[in-house]
Ligand binder design. Sequence first.
Ligand SMILES: Nc1nc2c(ncn2[C@@H]2O[C@H](COP(=O)(O)OP(=O)(O)OP(=O)(O)O)[C@@H](O)[C@H]2O)c(=O)[nH]1
Ligand SMILES: [Mg+2]
Length: 352
Amino acid sequence: MTPAVQPDPGQSERSDHSIAIWGAPGSGKTTFLAALNIALILKKGPWRVIGADGPSTDFLIEMTTALSQYQRFPPATGALGHYRWFLSRRSEPPRRSWRRRRKPPRAWKIGLDVLDAPGGFFRAERTGYGTDREELIDNLAASRGIVFLFDPIRESKDGDAFAYLHGVLAELAGRMLADDEFGDGMLPHYLAVCVTKFDELRVLETAEKLSLLTPDPDDPYRFPRVDDADAEELFEALSAVSAGGNADMVLPALKQFFRPERIKFFVTSSIGFYLDPLRGVFDPDDFQNLVPEATGTAGGAQNPHDPHGPRAVSGNRFRIRGQAHPINVMEPMLWLGQRLSSGDGDAGKAGG
Ligand SMILES: Nc1nc2c(ncn2[C@@H]2O[C@H](COP(=O)(O)OP(=O)(O)OP(=O)(O)O)[C@@H](O)[C@H]2O)c(=O)[nH]1
Ligand SMILES: [Mg+2]
């Protein structure tokens, strides 16, 4: 098996790992992908995302432009999107030492095949062979990493996270576990369970009430955060507030099929909090970065050259007020990429 994290030879175009994004319609899947590039740029760390083919690079450029320049969300996804990217770690400049010149560390890269489906494909009903749904299940079965998005705002209104989970989960388990290929009867995937839209007042308030907000000492903007170790607790608290009344089945259903040691929780926001450019730090009295379309402050909506203008017509009633400051968007992707890269993606496979 080819090692998944390789010294960057600057040659290989193949992406080794397939990661699927799973979530109800409007839970923020495409925006999450769109924010990845911005998250990596703002982090000023060593990781970069690079398209491995033309359409994948086009998606990166288009989405980064939409979010950062026009402060617009992507349109609802209409068809299965398949993007081939690399997370590539820049090599640091060699540090001089008085003893001897150190060798520069090598650059690394993690291949990502990312699958973005319209949320409707995850509906509970089976729809037969040769359909979009069949293709979705095929792709999930081929992937080894899943980003599962749980949107607490949608859940409190529509209460359908479980409805968009259990049917696909049953089909996936039926497909992958029926013939005992995986020794322990569990799905082999790594699962990043992400609570989305942390920037929304209700989510932030819930975290605050539970005393789960922790400042990040390395963050110059002092944005609130929830530690990954506390993210499951917030997930559970938010899933208790469900219009459908069955969001509390989401986690037990996931744990029935995915190995607990392969599940990690994150509290995320693709757009993050608003930052007043003059204050330069998080303002607890003015942090909302999601605004109704008509009241946006930046010039994108009025720009006649804005290629994303029609989205307002296609039903997207919100836009981003200022710069997006993604929270925990890079981290789940890196976690999945690194877990898959450790080469044990198929560790549970019988005989392998
Ligand atoms: N507050 C907040 N809203 C968000 C965020 N990300 C997305 N949204 C809102 O959620 C809407 C849907 O986001 P999408 O990324 O299109 O969701 P999706 O899951 O890809 O939807 P489908 O493609 O229809 O399945 C956006 O138009 C925004 O209004 C976020 O980080 N914070
Ligand atoms: Mg989408």
